[in-house]
Design a protein around this ligand. Structure first.
Ligand SMILES: Nc1ncnc2c1ncn2[C@@H]1O[C@H](COP(=O)(O)OP(=O)(O)OP(=O)(O)O)[C@@H](O)[C@H]1O
Length: 254
């Protein structure tokens, strides 16, 4: 049988241990891999949480409101300092494990995944902007962004990386090392890095905290646009009032 380049041939074994060589659409392959990794498929939004709770060892405990965010939608989570915004974002990213409750991302339930499967899932599905920027200091800005594509098992898209940096007005910093950038510029690089793989969930923790008004608006515009293009759900946690005036869909932690 003839198959186009959109298909790949898999080596799989049938019930009698016979070698099967099914042809599978490329686009279905990652679902198969996740199924093989034991991730269950469910119906629902791109992101959905239910009855999520978390406790730090020192007794700080949280019960978070249920969240849902569809493809191409944006959700802003606000709240005063210490209300648990970063904690919630780390739960959504699988960096922290909930004490109870459910987190479904792109129809997969992540709460029960092993560390290894979760790492792979995060690499494939989540673009992450954390409060602390983690860069490889020996690599220049462009290579730090392209490293994210490599780690996600995707082919390097230099043109897109440069385009994102241009949109964030960083074109003259492409070949600088991270330590040569200001805090705000580093924040912009981490935003470009989170967007390069066009993942299905973009999570951003205070992405505009070090930015002036011009860059703040450029970042908000870019995040919304890229979420729409990639059909990604965008979740931002912040106490930046400027973002609250841009995003309509807001949940406040109290
Ligand atoms: N590792 C930890 N161990 C114990 N308590 C923690 C830990 N990390 C955070 N907390 C506590 O949990 C609460 C929520 O912290 P979190 O960082 O999620 O809040 P936040 O809303 O993001 O705050 P901010 O706006 O200041 O960044 C705070 O009271 C904090 O002291």
């Amino acid at each position: 049988m003839e198959h186009s380049a959109d298909y790949v041939e898999l080596a799989a074994y049938g019930p009698g241990n016979e070698l099967l060589k099914p042809f599978v659409k490329n686009t279905d392959l990652h679902y198969l891999m996740l199924n093989a990794a034991g991730v269950s498929l469910k119906n629902g939004d791109m992101l959905q949480t239910k009855a999520l709770t978390y406790s730090y060892k020192n007794g700080n405990s949280f019960r978070f409101p249920d969240l849902s965010c569809g493809p191409g939608e944006a959700l802003l989570i606000t709240g005063n300092s210490g209300m648990g915004k970063t904690t919630l974002l780390h739960l959504l990213a699988g960096i922290l494990r909930p004490v109870s409750g459910e987190i479904d991302i792109d129809e997969y339930s992540i709460a029960s995944l092993s560390e290894k499967k979760l790492d792979r899932f995060r690499g494939q599905k989540i673009g992450l902007v954390l409060q602390q920027n983690h860069f490889v200091q020996s690599l220049h800005v462009l290579d730090n962004i392209l490293l994210a594509t490599k780690l996600a098992g995707k082919s390097a898209n230099r043109e897109k990386a440069v385009g994102l940096l241009q949109r964030l007005k960083l074109e003259d910093k492409i070949y600088n090392k991270p330590a040569e950038l200001s805090q705000g510029q580093q924040q912009l690089v981490s935003i470009a890095r989170a967007l390069i793989n066009e993942q299905t969930l973009i999570l951003a923790d205070e992405p505009t905290s070090s930015l002036d008004d011009t860059h703040c608006h450029a970042v908000a515009e870019l995040l919304i646009e890229q979420a729409a293009i990639s059909h990604a759900a965008l979740v931002i946690v912040t106490h930046d009032q400027r973002l609250q005036s841009i995003f309509g869909n807001t949940i406040a932690l109290r």
